[in-house]
Design a protein around this ligand. Structure first.
Ligand code: HAM
Length: 455
C-alpha cells in the first residue's frame, strides 16, 4: 500500500472541522486588525531562502526540500512564509503604494525536513502576519497582541509571551563579537556543526539542537546586555505598548530565533499544554528591517510572526477545549421509490438554498438503513417522503430526538423547520431579490429565480 510521506498528515473528519474552525477565528481576527490575505507560491527560487533565512541556519543547511525543475532552475519548497511575502512586496513594488504599511496575512503549508514527532511535522501549516513599511514599536506590540488574541479566542489558557531584543546592527555586531570571544576557548566542547557556526555566525550556536543542554550555551552572553542606547529605548517602547494593550509578557534573554533575518524585537509564544514536550511553542516572530533590501528591494522596516496550525489544533485537543464544531445536520431526507427520490433531490436543493443543513440517501439503502444513516449524521429531523403524502402536498416530519412524528403541509415546511430549529432562516426569506414573499430562497437568487413560486 502506498503511504503518505513521513512527517505529513491527512486531515479529515472531526479534525478537519477543528481546522476549519481555527481558520475561521484566524480570518475573523485578521479582519478586525485590518490585515489583507496574501497568497504566494509554495515553491520559490532556492536563492530567496538562502539569502533571506540565512546560509548558516539549520533550516537552510539541513531542512529545505530543494529540487531542480525541468528547466534546470534551483527551486525550494517554502520552509516559511516571510521570505516569499517580502519577495512579493518588492517584486510587485508594493512599497510604492502610498497606503503604507502593507499589512498582510497568510495561511498555508510549509516544508521542513525535520525529525517528525508530536507537534513537529515535515509538512506543516502556518498562518502568519507581516507588517511591511513601519518601524513603529507600536506595530511590534500589535503583532504580539494579535497572536495572543487568536490563542485566547480559541480558548487556550496559560499562554506565555517571551520577548527579547537583538538590537540594531551595531548592537548585534557587538554581541556577535562577545559570543565569539566567549565560545572560542571552548571550541572543543562544541558539536561539529557549532564549530563551523562559530566561524560563520556564532548566534546560531544558541539554537543548536545537539548542544541544547550544554551549560556553555546556558551561560553564554545575553543579547540584552549588548544593546546600544537606541536599541534599549526601542525595546522599552515596545514593552510600554504591550503594557498599554494589556498584553502580559516576560523578557526572556534566551530567545534568539532560528532565522538570520531578525533584528530588534524577537518573541515566542508558548502554551502550557500537558504532553506537548518542547514543541509547545505555538508561534514566534520578530522584526526584520533588512530582509527586503537583502533580496534586492528598498530598505523596509518590517515585523511579523507565524504560528503552526498543526500545533494549535493539537493544543486544543490536548487541553480538551470545547469548540463550536457543527457535528449534526438539520434534516435527513428519506425516500423509497424513484418519484420520491426525485422530489428529495428537489427539496434538498430548496432547503439548502433557504439555509438549512440537509442531507439525503445516495447508496440505495432501504428505510431501515436510512434511519441508521440519519442517526450517524446526527440528524435533528427526518423527512420521510412518501408518494401519497406528496400527492396531497404533504410531508411526514420526525423529530429524531423525541421520535415524535407529524404530517405537515409542504407549503409551511420551511416555516415549520425554522420554528423547530430556531435557525433564524425565516428572516432571510425576504432578502430574495425576486420580490415574492412566498419565495423561500435567500438573497442569492437574483431576479432570475427558478423556484417553484415562479414556475
Ligand atoms: P518559526 O519559529 O520558524 O518562524 O515558525 C513559526 C511557528 O511555526 C512555530 O512556532 C511553530 O508553531 C510552527 N512550526 C515550525 N516548524 C514546525 C514543524 N516542523 N512542525 C509543526 N509546526 C512547526 C517562522 O517561520 C517565521 N517566518 C515567523 C515570522 C514571520 N517572523 C517574522 N514574520
Amino acid at each position: 500500500m502506498i503511504q503518505k510521506p513521513k512527517g505529513c498528515n491527512d486531515i479529515y473528519g472531526r479534525e478537519a472541522k477543528i481546522w476549519k474552525y481555527v481558520e475561521s477565528i484566524i480570518d475573523a481576527t485578521m479582519e478586525k486588525y485590518n490585515y489583507n490575505y496574501i497568497r504566494t507560491p509554495i515553491f520559490e527560487s532556492t536563492e530567496l531562502f538562502h539569502r533571506g533565512i540565512g546560509e548558516s541556519t539549520d533550516i537552510v543547511t539541513k531542512e529545505t526540500y530543494d529540487f531542480t525543475d525541468r528547466g534546470g532552475r534551483g527551486m525550494t519548497l517554502r520552509p516559511e512564509g516571510t521570505a516569499g511575502v517580502c519577495r512579493s512586496y518588492v517584486e510587485n513594488k508594493m512599497y510604492g503604494d502610498p497606503n503604507q504599511p502593507v499589512k498582510v496575512y497568510y495561511n498555508g503549508t510549509m516544508y521542513r525536513y525535520e525529525r517528525p514527532q508530536l507537534g513537529r511535522n515535515r509538512e506543516l501549516t502556518q498562518f502568519g502576519v507581516e507588517i511591511l513599511g513601519s518601524d513603529d514599536p507600536m506595530a511590534d506590540a500589535e503583532v504580539i497582541s494579535l497572536a495572543v488574541n487568536i490563542y485566547k479566542m480559541l480558548g487556550l489558557k496559560e499562554i506565555k509571551v517571551n520577548i527579547n531584543s537583538l538590537g540594531d546592527k551595531e548592537s548585534r555586531d557587538m554581541y556577535r563579537k562577545a559570543l565569539s570571544d566567549y565560545f572560542k576557548p571552548h571550541i572543543g566542547e562544541l558539536c561539529e556543526d557549532c564549530q563551523t557556526r562559530l566561524e560563520k555566525n556564532p548566534l546560531r550556536i544558541l539554537d543548536c539542537k545537539v548542544d541544547a543542554d550544554n551549560v556553555l550555551l546556558k551561560n553564554a552572553p545575553k543579547t540584552i546586555d549588548y544593546l546600544n542606547k537606541e536599541s534599549k529605548e526601542r525595546f522599552e517602547a515596545v514593552k510600554d505598548y504591550l503594557d498599554i494593550m494589556q498584553v502580559s509578557y516576560e523578557v526572556n534573554p534566551n530567545i534568539v530565533r532560528g532565522l538570520d533575518y531578525y533584528n530588534h524585537t524577537v518573541f515566542e509564544i508558548e502554551a502550557k499544554v500537558e504532553g506537548f514536550g518542547s514543541n509547545n511553542v505555538l508561534g514566534g516572530g520578530g522584526r526584520y528591517n533588512h530582509l527586503c533590501s537583502e533580496i534586492g528591494g528598498p530598505e523596509t522596516p518590517c515585523i511579523g510572526f507565524a504560528s503552526g496550525i498543526d500545533r494549535i489544533v493539537l493544543a486544543l485537543e490536548l487541553e480538551k477545549i470545547k469548540m463550536p464544531i457543527v457535528e449534526d445536520i438539520d434534516l435527513f431526507l428519506m425516500y423509497v421509490n424513484e418519484e420520491e427520490k426525485k422530489y428529495a433531490a428537489y427539496l434538498a436543493q430548496e432547503l439548502r438554498m433557504a439555509g438549512f443543513i440537509v442531507d439525503t440517501e445516495y447508496t440505495g439503502r432501504g428505510l431501515k438503513g436510512q434511519f441508521k444513516q440519519a442517526d450517524r449524521l446526527n440528524a435533528k429531523y427526518i423527512a420521510i417522503l412518501n408518494s401519497e403524502d406528496l400527492d396531497n402536498n404533504e410531508i411526514k416530519i420526525k423529530n429524531n430526538k423525541t421520535k415524535e412524528e407529524e404530517i405537515i403541509s409542504l407549503d409551511v415546511l420551511i416555516y415549520y423547520l425554522d420554528e423547530q430549529l430556531n435557525t433564524g432562516v425565516e428572516e432571510d426569506y425576504h432578502e430574495c431579490h425576486c420580490g415574492d414573499d412566498e419565495c423561500h430562497r435567500d438573497g442569492n437568487c437574483g431576479d432570475d429565480c427558478h423556484c417553484h413560486h415562479h414556475e
